[in-house]
Design a protein around this ligand. Structure first.
Ligand SMILES: [Zn+2]
Ligand SMILES: [Zn+2]
Length: 249
């Protein structure tokens, strides 16, 4: 058995697996996201180091709105105050060019500059980055334990599998964790689990469509009342990293 390279996140991974969701990595990402929101609106906002990071990177569209919905006016006001100030400073030159450039090539250049300033400004969300760090550890743990811990492998076999996006993350990380040969074994194993679950959900959603036909009105739902929602969770996932800093590299 290869010794794990990183600390295994055994407890949160087991707890999430036992929740029996359509994707337990989505469940773990939900927790990670909540942790990120609480962290940036909590006492850390008073920490100068955190404020510098927030000013530099900010948050993606989705996470700035989550911070806004959290109803913590003081914390978000502090973030916004310095983030807006820094944004004004960064955009100053660009605004000036938009005010003073003549029409034609120079104005087009000023617009291009503003476009790139804005897209850079909104890249590298700190909450997405925190979520990515946790995701990397969870992926490592799942791949490692499924290869070396039989009870976990058995539980995984009986699980509901993953959303397609987190399945993709698992197959992409397999050989980094286990090497090429064992990585390929893991990919085959997890693909079987995933395909069985896609089959299960496709039957469920098909039955839900049939239930709406008048001849099936009095037949039981067989637990398929929410199959449409579970199909969305399986195809797209419920919680995932949108814009981590590492994707900028
Ligand atoms: Zn997922
Ligand atoms: Zn984000």
């Amino acid at each position: 058995m290869a010794k794990p390279k990183y600390k295994l996140e055994t407890i949160p991974v087991w707890d999430a697996l036992e929740k029996d969701d359509e994707c337990f990595l989505c469940a773990l990402m939900k927790e990670a996201e909540q942790h990120g929101v609480d962290f940036y609106l909590g006492s850390s906002v008073m920490n100068p180091e955190t404020r510098v990071k927030v000013n530099e990177n900010g948050f993606c569209f989705h996470h700035f709105h989550l911070l806004s919905k959290a109803q913590k006016a003081q914390g978000l006001a502090l973030i916004c105050d310095t983030y807006l100030e820094q944004s004004r400073e960064k955009l100053k030159k660009s605004f000036q060019l938009l005010q003073t450039s003549p029409s034609g090539r120079k104005m087009n250049k000023a617009i291009d500059l503003f476009n790139s300033e804005i897209s850079n400004r909104e890249k590298g969300c700190l909450i997405c980055t925190q979520m990515q760090t946790r995701l990397d550890r969870y992926l490592y743990t799942i791949i490692y334990m499924s290869q070396y811990e039989e009870p976990f492998r058995e539980a995984l076999k009986k699980s509901k599998g993953f959303c397609l996006h987190h399945y993709k993350e698992l197959i992409n990380n397999a050989s980094d964790v286990l090497g090429a040969k064992e990585g390929a074994e893991f990919i085959k194993f997890i693909t079987d689990v995933e395909l069985n679950n896609i089959e299960r959900i496709s039957k469920d959603v098909l039955w839900l469509t049939q239930k709406y036909k008048s001849e099936n009105k009095d037949k039981p739902f067989n637990g398929c009342e929410d199959a449409h929602k579970r199909t969305v969770s399986k195809m797209i996932g419920d919680y995932r990293v949108i814009d981590p800093i590492k994707n900028l590299k």
